[in-house]
Design a protein around this ligand. Structure first.
Ligand SMILES: Cc1ncc(COP(=O)(O)O)c(C=O)c1O
Length: 443
């Protein structure tokens, strides 16, 4: 008897249920190539259904090629497919992977106490009227005004709504900036943000390595320099004032644009956030911000402030490509900013990070040296590469993902671990630190 169970309460017709289950039996290898199936009359009796139900299922699977009818000899599982199905079943659908707890640089902690505002934002989206066509490529005017207000208040960037563009995050903003730059190399910090490196390569340009933390005094031949001045990614240092001025002077002299990636600057807990580099020279710096650290990376929302002489080209590219974030996301963000959600989650995440950072430092500092002051939601530790690899493997075995510093390096030869503390719960963080310390102790 075939191991199938038909359910009369199921809205699927019985014939469809039977066909689905027989197909699954062939795919799993339970029905082998060349197996003969029971006659339709007998199978119908076994299953307590009419013969037409079985015939409907057989017809379906014959049409799909899973079964074949042999003249006067009944119905069989088709040879070739069953073989292949069994082989792939043997090779195995991989066992479902246990999800790793991410201790990466990019997963933020989000205060669940503000979920009411989050839900209100989506309720408002559901009752608002969407635009009829492609919307304004610059972004929703109400959102641009709210972002401009917040940039002035929190990033020292005095801009108005007309100068703000809504993007699908820093990555999308960078791609739009690249689209309007001359086809020349782009200078990137080394070690640096891997997604930016990928975007530059994707644009068909080469990357010039800028040793991170050193003053930038040569950008000759480069279309732009991409930097993370508020919190060098991943070494963690703030770009000193003198280096900011040198970078801007070099960019002016060599006619290169500076692209400022301002990804997590609000999460400082030792001093006030360092004002944006763009506040020093709006004509030379394209500023990119994101909701990924303060709200959610999966929102895919960010903003850009592009120098006035480039903004027409930037808008024209976006109008041409319709590459703007979805209207519902922009509309929800209006509510989140208007009702103080962003300020509230940033404030409470800052408190959580301020409490977690010293725990991480206390646990790991006996074993490794910090690459820079801890800010944001991660810390970077210098260690010989072989040790870092072993510690990372031990963490992975225990269900935690930490990143290798070497993976952010191109010509730089730094090594160690990047340990995030935004994503895990408190209990997970404690366990992760125990695992890391245990692995370091054993080395
Ligand atoms: C250096 C850096 N820039 C930007 C981002 C965020 O980019 P996006 O806005 O595309 O999510 C991250 C996220 O991890 C980051 O580490």
């Amino acid at each position: 008897m075939l191991p199938v169970r038909l359910d009369r309460a199921d809205p699927q017709p019985l014939g469809t249920q039977l066909a689905d289950q027989m197909r699954a039996l062939v795919l799993s290898g339970a029905l082998a190539g060349g197996d003969r199936l029971p006659a339709s009359r007998r199978l119908a009796a076994d299953l307590g259904v009419s013969r037409s139900v079985v015939e409907q299922a057989f017809d379906q699977l014959l049409a799909e090629g899973w079964l074949e009818a042999r003249q006067g000899a009944g119905t069989w599982v088709a040879d070739g497919v069953a073989h292949r199905a069994r082989a792939s079943a043997r090779r195995g659908v991989p066992a479902p992977e246990r999800p790793l707890v991410m201790l990466d640089a990019g997963t933020p902690w989000i205060d669940p106490r503000h979920e009411g505002t989050w839900r209100r934002a989506w309720r408002e989206v559901s009752t608002a009227t969407p635009p009829r066509g492609y919307d304004d490529p610059r972004g929703l005017p109400a959102l641009r005004a709210l972002v401009a207000e917040r940039l002035g208040r929190t990033r020292g960037l005095a801009v108005d709504a007309d100068q703000v563009r809504i993007t699908g995050g820093i990555g999308a903003g960078l791609r739009h900036v690249l689209a309007i730059l001359p086809r020349a190399p782009i200078a990137l910090e080394d070690p640096g943000y891997r997604a930016a490196v990928a975007a530059v390569h994707e644009s068909g340009r080469t990357v010039r390595d800028l040793p991170a933390l050193e003053p930038v005094d040569d950008l000759a031949g480069c279309a732009a320099a991409y930097v993370t001045p508020a919190h060098q990614h991943p070494l963690g240092r703030v770009m000193p004032a003198a280096n900011r001025l040198t970078l801007l002077a070099t960019a002016r002299r060599d006619e290169a644009l500076v692209v400022e990636d301002d990804y997590d600057s609000e999460f400082r807990y030792d001093v006030a956030p360092v004002p944006a580099l763009a506040s020093l020279d709006r004509d030379r710096v394209a500023y990119l911000g994101t909701a990924s650290k303060s709200i959610l990376p999966s929102l895919r929302l960010g903003w850009a402030v592009v120098p006035d002489d480039r903004v027409r080209a930037f808008d024209a590219h976006r109008r041409l490509t319709h590459d703007a974030p979805p209207w519902p996301v922009q509309r929800a963000m209006v509510t989140l900013l208007r009702d103080g959600y962003v300020d509230a989650v940033v404030r409470s995440a800052r408190r959580v990070y301020a409490e977690r950072a010293p725990r991480v430092v206390a646990a790991l500092s006996p074993y490794a040296e910090l690459a820079g002051p801890v800010a944001g939601m991660y810390s970077t530790w210098l260690l010989p590469h072989a040790r870092a690899v072993r510690v990372r493997a031990a963490a992975e075995d225990a269900g935690f993902r930490v990143n290798l510093l070497r993976d952010y390096c191109r010509t730089a030869r730094l090594s160690g671990l990047v340990v995030g503390f935004g994503g895990p719960t408190d209990a997970e963080l404690d366990r992760a630190l125990d695992v890391l310390v245990g692995a370091l102790d054993r080395l």
